[in-house]
Design a protein around this ligand. Structure first.
Ligand SMILES: Cc1cc2nc3c(=O)[nH]c(=O)nc-3n(C[C@H](O)[C@H](O)[C@H](O)COP(=O)(O)O)c2cc1C
Length: 320
């Protein structure tokens, strides 16, 4: 396959003029993945930029394309290089995308790269990676379209980074809608049903871990509330526990922790009695924080990091 340069069509030269912002917005309504395209410049210097204009073209022969703005500082390098590599980014590579779209920095600084044909830099740990031989270049208005024949590729199952409407996003596969059962008021497809199920399931993980260390959920609640803000009076403890647990705390639990030497009552001078942590109580709070962190890691381990981020975002919206 040889490299060819097609000429710009008359339509592209004399086509209708649109409002640039509106056209950009209309283009941006097409959701894409995000890639980094790399090549080797003069003297073997590493070159790369973020691009979402990538598209697969042909299976046989295997071909892809992407387009580069004429304003790019790297136009000559891509036009004159015999090879380029396209890297499809995963959901956790947003920072890498930002880096390869930034001007005035060494985009490759500190990155360990593999080498492809002609010594082109190949970034590791991407979702998919295509090493391509430059096959065609087409004039495409204010962009140049590069078509490459794939000479090597690799692929791993990860979640893709998405770009839509000028913002990064993550892919959320659509759930197949369960057939509506008009006789059931408690559908397993209900949001409420799923949120409460998830709540009880994840809470069970924490409670089991607490119990294995001889703590109850109530003791944990009291100590973590007081640990966050040392020196609370009883009504404040009850109010806070109602907010975080949906139910209050009985004074008996607080008394029990006082007897155990983990809490003590202090007269704050204005007739108010506040409950505070003893040094032993502080040590217990540290132990409870460790249990909490380990339970958090267990629950997060059930999801991908990008799913954790998405779930936190959605739950925060339900809590608003
Ligand atoms: C998500 C995203 C997609 C982009 N897609 C393209 C693209 O397809 N083609 C392009 O020329 N620039 C694209 N850019 C812009 C370039 O990455 C950016 O202008 C870069 O600074 C160009 O670098 P250069 O002038 O060093 O080549 C994109 C930027 C982002 C953040």
């Amino acid at each position: 396959m040889t490299t060819q340069t097609a000429t710009q069509t008359d339509l592209a030269v004399s086509g209708p003029r649109f409002d640039g912002r509106a056209l950009r917005d209309a283009f941006g309504s097409f959701a894409t993945g995000v890639t980094i395209v790399t090549t080797a410049g003069p003297g073997g210097v590493d070159i790369g930029l973020t691009a979402n204009s990538f598209s697969s073209v042909s299976l046989d022969p295997p071909m892809v394309l992407w387009s580069l703005a004429r304003t790019s500082l790297n136009m000559d390098a891509f036009r004159n290089s015999g090879h380029f590599a396209v890297h499809i980014l995963s959901a956790d590579q947003e920072a890498l995308s930002g880096r390869f779209a930034s001007k005035g920095i060494d985009r490759f600084e500190g990155l360990a790269v593999d080498r492809g044909p002609d010594g082109i830099p190949m970034l590791p740990n991407c979702m998919a990676r295509f090493a391509c031989k430059l096959a065609y270049q087409y004039e495409g208005g204010d962009h140049v379209i590069f078509v490459g024949e794939i000479v090597d590729f690799s692929h791993s199952a990860q979640k893709p980074l998405v770009f839509h409407g000028g913002r990064y996003g993550m892919l959320l596969p659509k759930q197949s809608v369960a057939s509506a059962d008009e006789f059931s008021n408690l559908s397993a497809d209900d949001l409420l049903y799923q949120v409460s199920n998830a709540y009880f399931r994840t809470r069970k993980t924490v409670i089991e871990k607490l119990e294995s260390h001889q703590w109850t959920a109530e003791e944990y609640a009291v100590l973590s509330i007081i640990g966050r803000e040392d020196g609370l009076c009883m009504p404040e403890i009850v109010a806070r526990s109602e907010k975080v647990r949906g139910q209050g705390i009985s004074a008996t639990i607080v008394q029990k922790l006082i007897v155990q030497g983990l809490l003590h009552e202090v007269d704050s001078g204005d007739g108010q009695i506040t409950v505070r942590l003893t040094p032993e109580g502080r040590r217990s709070v540290l132990e409870l924080i460790a249990i909490r962190k380990s339970s958090e890691a267990d629950v997060q381990g059930l999801l991908d990091p990008s799913e954790v981020q998405l779930l936190k975002h959605l739950l925060a919206r339900l809590d608003a």
